[in-house]
Design a protein around this ligand. Structure first.
Ligand SMILES: C[S@@+](CC[C@H](N)C(=O)[O-])C[C@H]1O[C@@H](n2cnc3c(N)ncnc32)[C@H](O)[C@@H]1O
Length: 268
């Protein structure tokens, strides 16, 4: 599947089918970043939910030459699985009805262990994407293991303290040249955005690229700036749709960041 900006509408349909909670522009931003990195082997998703994100990230990684990525998904199973089976009227229930078959909803409601969750996500993603998936599910951040991750996707958390704690706990699990993606830089999780700004001010993370709702960070200034160079050297880099952000020298003299011009992408 083509994950470039040339295929925005089909990517949107695919996101709906998989049930990934993301705008398609963010998938395109991820495609550009993953395609610009040399080596991606381990991927941690904080908030794996239905696995829609993992399935699409796996496909995008495959498409960009990273073919044996091992995923770890953290999810406490409060929003999905057996505990959530009796919830009614919730937004998530509507989302289940929108993207899952009756059969899938039935099997989802039986999940009660991380092993159940891994098996359910693997089966569904492989069936819908035709790409082999290696995924291990765990219930808590602390169980994410001693793996060192190339990519961490932070996709849960409401309050400022809670999100800062997640960053403080998970950033040490990221390789020195890894990428930390914070989701919902929109009104989806305003205090997570706030926590991210504080983390930047504390020197924990350095911005690389603003997607639509996902923002990409590194653990050091050097890695952030090297990643910018790698993105610009990617033959798929399109400077009209991924623009240098004026004012980025706020982060240091000569510092560059990129902002995805998603409005232009929607009209291109
Ligand atoms: C917004 S959904 C993630 C969407 C998913 N990443 C995607 O791309 O489709 C958030 C998920 O995080 C889980 N969750 C929320 N807070 C958590 C926590 N503190 N620990 C573990 N899982 C949590 C919920 O059960 C829910 O399934």
């Amino acid at each position: 599947m083509d994950y470039s900006w040339r295929n925005l509408n089909n990517i949107y349909q695919h996101v709906l089918k998989l049930g990934m909670l993301s705008p398609p522009e963010d998938v395109i931003a991820s495609w550009l970043v993953f395609g610009s990195k040399f080596n991606i082997e381990n991927f941690l998703e904080l908030g794996s939910y239905l696995g829609g994100g993992i399935g699409i990230f796996n496909q995008v990684l495959h498409e960009t030459g990273h073919i044996n990525v091992k995923f770890t998904g953290v999810d406490h199973l409060n929003f999905i699985g057996a505990k959530a089976a009796n919830a009614s009227g919730a937004w998530y229930t509507d989302h289940f009805n929108r993207c899952l078959s009756a059969e899938e909803i039935k099997s989802l409601a039986t999940l009660s262990t991380p092993e159940d969750m891994s098996a359910w996500i693997k089966e569904r993603c492989e069936r819908l994407t035709n790409v082999p998936l290696s995924v291990t599910s765990v219930l808590h951040e602390k169980d994410a293991g001693s793996n060192r991750y190339d990519i961490i996707h932070h996709d849960y958390g409401d309050g400022v303290e809670e999100n800062l704690l997640t960053m403080q706990r998970c950033l040490p699990m990221l390789k020195a040249d890894g990428i930390y993606i914070v989701d919902d830089w929109c009104t989806g999780a305003p205090l997570r955005t706030w926590a991210t700004v504080i983390a930047q001010q504390q020197g924990l993370i350095y911005p690389i690229m603003w997607g639509k709702n996902k923002v990409f960070f590194a653990k050091s200034k050097e890695v952030a700036q090297d990643t910018i160079k790698q993105i610009c050297a990617n033959p798929e880099y399109n400077g009209k749709l991924f623009k240098f952000m004026p004012g980025s020298d706020y982060f240091g003299s000569g510092y560059a960041t990129i902002r995805m011009h998603w409005q232009a992408m929607q009209w291109s």
